[in-house]
Design a protein. Structure first.
Length: 253
C-alpha cells in the first residue's frame, strides 16, 4: 500500500516536472504570438476609431429617445400636442402652435420637465451609442431644447449634443424659443464638412432629410411608412443592429 502511494507520488512528480519544462519551452513562444495579436488588435481598434475623418450625426427624438412632445401630450391629456415634425414639416410653425396650446392650458417648462424626467432612452439606445462612440465621433443634432435634453443626456452617458434653447418667463411660462441657426441639421453637417469631416447621418423625420441627403451616407431610422415611401433611395432601418452595421460599412468606405 505504502509502496503504491510512493510510486504514484513519484509518477506525478515526474509528470509535473515534464509539464513545467514543456510550458517553459512553449510559453515564451505563445507569449510572443499573443503579444503580437494584442498589438494587432489594438492597432485595428485605433485605426478603426480614427478611420477617415468621419463624424456620425444622429437625430435624438424618435431615434435614441421617444418623442418628448408625444410623452407630454399623454401625460397632460392634450392630444393636439401629439403633432410632431413628422406631421408638420415647418418647425417654427409647429413650435409656435405648441407654445400657444401650452399657454391656453396654463402649462409651462416645469410641467414638461416633470414628464421628461420619467422618459427613458429607447431600449438598446445607450448600448448602441456607447458602441458607436467607441469607434468614431458622434454628435447628436436635435431640434429640441437644452432645457429638455439635459436629463436625457445623463441617461445616455453625456454624448455631445447640439440643440436650441427655450425662452421662459420667471414663472416658467414658455414665451418663445431661440433656434441656434436656420435649418440647423443641414447647416451643421455642412459646417462639419467645411472643416474637413465626412458626415454620416441618421434620423427619423422630415427635419432630418437635409443632413441625411447632404452626408456621404444617410439612413432613415424607425421612420414612418410615408417618409420611407417618399424617399425610396434612402436605406431605412428599424433596429440598432442594422443601423450599426450600415454605419460601420459607411465608415469603412
Ligand atoms: Mg426625430
Amino acid at each position: 500500500m505504502g509502496a503504491a502511494v510512493r510510486w504514484t507520488a513519484a509518477f506525478f512528480t515526474v509528470a509535473d516536472a515534464v509539464r513545467v519544462g514543456y510550458n517553459r519551452l512553449q510559453n515564451p513562444v505563445a507569449a510572443m504570438f499573443s503579444k503580437r495579436e494584442t498589438v494587432r488588435q489594438n492597432n485595428i481598434q485605433t485605426e478603426e476609431r480614427y478611420m477617415g475623418m468621419n463624424i456620425v450625426c444622429l437625430d435624438l427624438e424618435g431615434v435614441l429617445v421617444p418623442e418628448i412632445w408625444i410623452a407630454f401630450a399623454k401625460a397632460s391629456g392634450i392630444p393636439e400636442l401629439t403633432r410632431t415634425t413628422r406631421d408638420e414639416p415647418d418647425y417654427n410653425k409647429l413650435m409656435n402652435w405648441r407654445i400657444g396650446i401650452l399657454k391656453e392650458h396654463g402649462l409651462g417648462l416645469k410641467e414638461i420637465q416633470d414628464t421628461i424626467s420619467t422618459i427613458d432612452p429607447m431600449p438598446g439606445a445607450k448600448e448602441f451609442l456607447d458602441e458607436l462612440r467607441s469607434i468614431t465621433q458622434v454628435i447628436i443634432i436635435s431640434d429640441t431644447f437644452t432645457q429638455f435634453a439635459g436629463p436625457l443626456m445623463k441617461k445616455l452617458g453625456y454624448p455631445t449634443i447640439f440643440c436650441n434653447s427655450l425662452e421662459t418667463a420667471p414663472d416658467g411660462e414658455i414665451t418663445g424659443f431661440k433656434m441656434r441657426i436656420e435649418n440647423s441639421k443641414l447647416t451643421t453637417v455642412k459646417a462639419l464638412q467645411s472643416i474637413g469631416y465626412d458626415t454620416i447621418a441618421s434620423g427619423d423625420s422630415h427635419n432630418d432629410m437635409g443632413m441625411i441627403r447632404a452626408s456621404k451616407a444617410g439612413f432613415l431610422f424607425k421612420s414612418t411608412e410615408q417618409i420611407k415611401k417618399d424617399n425610396p433611395d434612402i436605406p431605412a432601418y428599424e433596429t440598432y443592429g442594422e443601423l450599426m452595421a450600415a454605419i460601420r460599412r459607411a465608415l469603412a468606405d
